[in-house]
Ligand binder design. Structure first.
Ligand code: FUL
Length: 482
């Protein structure tokens, strides 16, 4: 090959590589924006719904806050069956169970060496029973994760109100976190009902958290202010419609020193830490079972509303289902749960947008095409170039379809970004707005009027960094009241 031609060919090859390198560079994934979830927080968020179990002396006394003076023998389940709890939870679609290992009355559901107010002092199973052992084993059998609630406030322990109590509580944590296999979540309740003349305890939160981290490094720790997930600020099953998974925690403590409830409901848009909201709510008026509430179990439709206002607002739902004095989940609660699950499965079994064609006015590169919104894979997503803060995408359906539920998902491993969005449907040749919102986060569900259309458009109207979305869905809820 003559020298000139060879140099020309080389130049073309270099240019080709240069262009490829530039386009590869262009197609790099967006940088994470702000705080992002840890691996455990992400796995936890994907669980979506878990079951809470309040069980203890209150189940037998009818009290919500036991006084700590109840006789140990008052704890006397006649037919305790943790496998029935786990089976019910699994059939209801829950991924884990969190139990009140110790509520405010101080009674320990395991034979603790640091308490003389536990199952070991009761006649139940001749003092040889251990509810945590039975439940953790049942959870493993049914493929559920196991979590614990241990109230720092203790109305029974003689050392409560002294520095000694912090050591007692740490020892209780050690026992629970080293005896029952993996624990996925630890619940630090901030409640403390001691009046002005009551005992005051300065909690050693640092020692408590360090102990859980040391023994259960992958456990997500709940409290009003995290560190890993936060209270949603109410017990009605409602996360904020605006709900950032970010929170400023500096200067705050669990309990009386927590941020205001509207902050807990909404998070902080520019918060320094990743502390997503967990929505805890009971299927009954109270947290503990009592016969007088057997007819007051929430209906499947109320439970579905709660699902939309918790999971559907970037939160995890922790639904309390308290076993009765037999030690079994009551029939009325199971029936409501099964109908609730059937309703949710019915709605989400078919994504009506799945075989649609997605197009966008901006795209970061081949790996980030808008079709990634519809492929059902968690880790593939639509992304746009840095600096594009208000892109839009549309999905054209193969034919006219009818829906009344919308789903949007942000790819939170890269942070939470979207602050405002709008959804329109194509009707008679014109775009008509059918929904608008602020945050999206891990998952956003919106109920909309029944809409029949061949195309839907989603416009991001504000975002803190280029939006990164990994899911879009249209569904039909035949029982919707909207
Ligand atoms: C509150 C407690 O006081 C209630 O009894 C219940 O355990 C609820 C989940 O948390 O702070």
């Amino acid at each position: 090959m003559p020298g000139k031609l060879r140099r020309a060919v080389q130049a073309v090859i270099y240019a080709f590589f240069l262009i490829s390198a530039v386009s590869c560079y262009k197609a790099a994934a967006p940088e994470p924006y702000g705080p992002v979830p840890s691996e455990s927080q992400l796995e936890w968020q994907k669980m979506e719904t878990n079951m809470f179990v309040h069980f203890g002396p209150n189940t037998f006394s009818g009290l919500e806050w036991g006084e700590g003076t109840e006789a140990e023998d008052s704890f006397c389940p006649t037919a305790l069956d943790c496998r029935q709890w786990a089976e019910t939870a699994s059939k209801a679609g829950f991924k884990g169970i969190i139990i009140t290992a110790k509520h405010h009355d101080g009674f320990c559901l395991w034979p603790s060496s640091v308490s003389s107010h536990s199952v070991a002092q009761s006649k139940w199973k001749d003092g040889r029973g251990d509810v945590l052992k039975e439940l953790s084993e049942a959870c493993r059998e049914y493929g559920l994760k196991f979590g614990v609630y241990l109230s720092p406030w203790d109305r029974n322990h003689p050392s409560y109100g002294t520095a000694e109590y912090n050591k007692v509580y740490v020892q209780a944590l050690r026992e629970v976190h080293s005896s029952y296999g993996e624990i996925f979540e630890h619940w630090f309740d901030g409640a403390c009902g001691e009046g002005p003349n009551g005992k005051r305890q300065e909690y050693d939160w640092e020692a408590f958290r360090n102990t859980v981290r040391e023994l259960s490094p992958s456990a997500v720790m709940f409290s009003d202010v995290g560190p890993d997930c936060r209270w949603v600020g109410n017990e009605n099953g409602r996360a904020g419609e605006t709900n950032w998974s970010r929170l400023d925690v500096a200067g705050f403590t669990p309990g009386a020193g927590a941020p205001p409830v509207d902050t807990l409901m909404q998070g902080n848009r520019h918060g320094a830490c990743w502390v997503p909201a967990e929505t805890d709510v009971s299927i009954r008026p109270g947290w503990f079972w009592r016969a007088s509430e057997d007819e007051l179990v929430k209906t499947p439709s109320e439970l579905a509303d709660i699902y939309f206002s918790s999971v559907g607002r970037n939160s995890l739902l922790l639904l309390n289902v308290p076993p009765d004095s037999r030690g079994r989940i009551h029939e009325n609660d199971s029936l409501a749960l099964m109908a609730f699950r059937a309703r949710i499965d019915g709605i989400f079994s078919r994504n009506l947008a799945e075989d649609g064609k997605a197009r966008a006015d901006a795209c970061r590169g081949a790996r980030f095409r808008p079709s990634k919104l519809l492929d059902g894979a968690y880790d593939s997503y639509w992304a746009v170039p840095d600096g594009e803060l208000t892109p839009a995408f549309r999905v054209d359906l193969p034919e006219e379809r009818t829906f009344n539920v919308l789903m949007l998902q942000e790819y939170i491993p890269l942070g939470q970004r979207v602050a405002a969005f709008r959804v329109e449907a194509l009707q008679d040749g014109a775009w008509k707005e059918i929904a608008a919102g602020t945050t999206i986060g891990y998952k956003r569900l919106l109920r909309v009027p029944v809409t029949t259309t061949k195309a839907v458009r989603v416009s991001i109207d504000a975002s803190m960094a280029c939006p990164v979305l990994n899911g879009f869905g249209l569904y039909f809820d035949s029982e919707s009241s909207i």
